[in-house]
Design a protein around this ligand. Sequence first.
Ligand SMILES: [Fe+2]
Ligand SMILES: [Fe+2]
Length: 188
Amino acid sequence: MTGFCPEKDILPLYSKNLRRHAKAAAECAAKISRAHKLDPEKARNAALLHDFAKALPAEELDFSRKKYLHGRSFPDFKTEHGFLTAAILSGRYNVRDQQMLDAIAHHTLGTETENPYLLVLYISDYASHLKKKDTNGIIKLARKSLWQAALYTAGKKLIYVIKGEKHLYPEGVGFYNWLRTRCLKYDL
Ligand SMILES: [Fe+2]
Ligand SMILES: [Fe+2]
């Protein structure tokens, strides 16, 4: 990300809550990634940037959809914002790290991929919303096994959706099943 600094270029655009969430997720991501010998800076930046589209005003979102999504449409903003963020980072800010862009694009519902940065972001995004004790519990699990922690996170997210009688996205269920099968098959 030559010349591009999330802290300087992007974070000032965030609301107080979004900045707090991004920083908390970044802290989790750095801790988890170090335990797996991943690049903590890359994991941290993915977490700082993952919800960038949420910081943009409606007109700018419309402009970015037309310019960067090339007609691709999503059922709602919840499923769209990761993809839109990744597309803006690539198109406007010249971010070229595909693992980071893919992790950001799929951070909401997950996807079947070997990309460890997606797992780190998926877990960190969820963990950053929890009470400190629970956040630390997930980080501890994720340091031992990224896959087990992602499975735990996917399960918790599904329970939250069902309990709240919210819309259940098939991709979220598919990701849970895929993680579960992998954990059983490879004893991860
Ligand atoms: Fe998000
Ligand atoms: Fe988030």
